[in-house]
Ligand binder design. Structure first.
Ligand SMILES: Nc1ncnc2c1ncn2[C@@H]1O[C@H](COP(=O)(O)OS(=O)(=O)O)[C@@H](OP(=O)(O)O)[C@H]1O
Ligand SMILES: Nc1ncnc2c1ncn2[C@@H]1O[C@H](COP(=O)(O)OP(=O)(O)O)[C@@H](O)[C@H]1O
Length: 320
């Protein structure tokens, strides 16, 4: 198996890196300015990270207009094994343009073309009297996003459903957003080109943020192969409530499973741009939870779910 090269340095995380000893997440502050806010700031919650005003601060990252492979990412190998506590690596310092190897002029042009550039003006944020904290108190839990990423066949949907069932059994409200399912509806206009995947993940990030604001444990299960897109979703949730779960299963294991026969089709050249075969997967550098094979054996679905539940318990998401 070739080693996947995820050479490009990530952008610094806007929310800061959690450590294993981080206390329970702060209570999310409500969207509650008394004055209406202008449209350009309305897309982010009342987080301190929204103060910058630059396109990046506002989550207006340019959509990718270059082939991902040109950014030094390589398909065809399983993601490298990462130590759990590798979050200190999240200190890139380079701009997103440098990260993907395009000129600033190119970045600006891409920004103009981006679907995340606001197209309307004279719109104002409207606050409602019942806020996130009220909903969380009602539900006796805290809203968050459990973002499951990994190769096709790594077990994302299995973990998502097992976790969803376990939370339900415990009386906690959760909702699963699954890649295959959303591509039947909200995202049915999108394919698997890099810019389509980026738009897929951008939309899901926004939807997941709404679910978290509703007070739910939102379980998002997407290949989400590009680090930058996942980091953009993380940046939408500024209070440690974005929990990235990396299903670090080898390409060999995923390909041996191949429940839908897609790897076989990709190897036969009948599917182009298949993640892990001829499209890259960029392993997380700073995930909260990593689940991997031990001696070639994958933990059971209930063990995987238990690992996530323990994290949620420890961080206080399953309590008022
Ligand atoms: N080219 C290509 N590459 C990867 N996956 C492909 C492709 N074509 C179809 N599929 C099927 O689409 C599912 C992945 O959808 P996602 O929305 O999670 O993909 S992405 O996050 O936008 O990359 C994925 O589902 P999972 O196997 O559950 O991961 C596949 O069934
Ligand atoms: N922890 C596990 N142990 C054994 N088999 C698993 C495990 N998780 C998933 N599988 C199996 O692997 C295949 C792919 O799982 P799936 O959840 O569909 O992956 P993904 O959503 O990442 O494509 C399925 O046949 C599933 O039953």
């Amino acid at each position: 198996m070739e080693a996947a090269a995820a050479a490009a340095a990530p952008r610094p995380r806007a929310t800061g890196c959690l450590t294993a000893s981080t206390a329970a997440p702060q209570r999310a502050s409500r969207w509650c300015p008394r004055q209406p806010r202008a449209a350009t700031s309305s897309s982010s919650s009342s987080s301190s990270s929204s103060s910058g005003g630059s396109p990046a601060d506002l989550g207006l990252l340019p959509r990718r207009r270059v082939s991902p492979s040109s950014a030094g990412r390589i398909a065809g190998g399983a993601p490298p094994v990462r130590a759990r506590d590798s979050r200190a690596e999240c200190a890139g310092g380079r701009s997103s343009a440098e990260h993907i190897g395009v000129s600033l002029e190119g970045e600006n042009r891409a920004l103009e073309m981006s679907s995340t550039v606001p197209k309307s003006s004279n719109i104002f944020w409207h606050d409602c009297p019942v806020g996130k904290t009220d909903r969380q108190n009602l539900l006796k839990q805290k809203g968050c996003v459990v973002w499951i990423t990994g190769l096709s066949g790594s077990g994302k949907s299995t973990l998502a459903c097992t976790l969803g069932r376990e939370l339900h059994t415990r009386g906690k409200l959760a909702y699963v957003l699954d890649g295959d399912n959303l591509r039947h509806g909200l995202n049915k206009d999108l394919g698997f080109a890099a810019e389509d995947r980026a738009e897929n993940i951008r939309r899901v990030g926004e939807v997941a943020k709404l679910f978290a604001d509703a007070g739910l444990v939102c379980i998002a299960s997407f290949i989400s192969p590009y680090r930058r897109d996942r980091e953009s979703c993380r940046a939408l949730l500024s209070d440690g409530s974005f929990i990235e779960v990396f299903l670090n299963m080898s390409l060999e294991l995923c390909e041996a499973r191949d429940p839908k026969g897609l790897y076989k089709l990709a190897r036969a050249g009948k599917i182009k741009g298949f993640t892990g075969i001829d499209d890259p997967y960029e392993a997380p550098l700073n995930c909260e939870i990593e689940i991997k094979e031990v001696d070639g054996v994958c933990p059971s679905p209930s063990d995987m779910a238990a690992q996530v539940i323990t994290y949620l318990e420890d961080k206080g998401f399953l309590h008022e």
